[in-house]
Write a protein that binds this ligand. Structure first.
Ligand code: ADP
Ligand code: ADP
Length: 225
């Protein structure tokens, strides 16, 4: 069984082969760090796993099921996705962003309130920050809110695209520690993109190096250096 698997996956944009015959697995509970230079296809690989783009060749599996148009909505609920800028809707308060999908799914109001409280504590977001709009949050708080939104429906899989990339070094360091503790506690399957080798090594023993759309190396930090 696997949390995420790519089997010979290729994705081309009109002028670029972003992902070129990639095979890769993330086992349940494991964190895999994906690293490589800008433009090598890391974001596209995450978008493939989130069903935001489709492969021209190969198959993407999430929680052992092949992604297909007719099961995409169902499988999406097993995925939490966080991007570098947070991707929060600017015209909604933090709490409205976090609860959007749950309200859409008509989850019980008390369940939603309890879940928000639980997640705010988990990601260490001050309660008053929940009522603010994204523009009135610090960069670190925005990423914490984005993480809450990703975790709201308790997905099996987290896709994190440079989640700390927009933060200044001090904030970044603090959030790195918090995130690692979170992954260990939640036992989620995580595919994390970073361009920072130290960060990759900090989060995982399983580092995958990409270049020009292909996986060129994989192993621990010691294997790679
Ligand atoms: P990374 O995340 O490693 O920076 P990306 O997956 O964003 O890499 O991009 C891989 C390649 O695909 C690059 O050459 C990029 O310019 C191209 N690309 C990414 N997104 C698009 C798009 N929406 N349309 C066309 N080309 C794209
Ligand atoms: P990242 O590499 O972190 O994904 P980029 O700045 O490369 O960030 O891309 C930002 C957005 O622009 C993404 O949604 C990506 O798909 C899109 N994009 C990237 N390269 C191209 C491209 N060559 N043509 C069109 N869209 C692109």
């Amino acid at each position: 069984s696997c949390a995420i698997a790519f089997e010979h996956v290729t994705h081309r944009y009109p002028h670029a082969v972003a992902v070129d015959d990639v095979s890769l697995r993330v086992e349940p509970g494991e964190t895999v760090a994906l690293i490589g230079p800008s433009g090598c296809g890391k974001s596209t690989l995450l978008k493939l796993a989130a069903g935001l783009v489709w492969p021209q060749q190969g198959t993407v599996f999430v929680t052992d099921r092949a992604l297909a148009p007719d099961n995409l909505l169902e499988i999406r609920h097993r995925i939490g996705y966080v991007i570098q800028s947070g991707g929060l809707f600017p015209h909604m308060s933090a709490v409205d962003n976090v609860t959007l999908a749950a309200r859409f799914l008509k989850r019980d109001r008390q369940w939603i309130a309890d879940r928000v409280a639980e997640l705010a504590e988990l990601v260490q977001l001050p309660r008053d920050a929940l009522e603010r709009f994204p523009n009135n949050l610090s960069g670190g708080q925005r990423q914490r809110v984005s993480l809450m939104r990703a975790l709201m429906l308790d997905p099996a899989v987290l896709l994190l695209d440079e989640p700390l990339g927009a933060l200044d070094p001090m904030v970044r360091h603090g959030l790195q520690e918090d995130l690692r503790r979170l992954f260990q506690r939640l036992r989620k399957s995580v595919l994390l993109v970073t361009h920072d080798m130290a960060e990759a090594a900090f989060f995982s023993q399983h580092i995958v190096l990409m270049r020009e759309g292909q996986v060129v190396q994989r192993g621990s930090y010691r294997d790679l250096i």
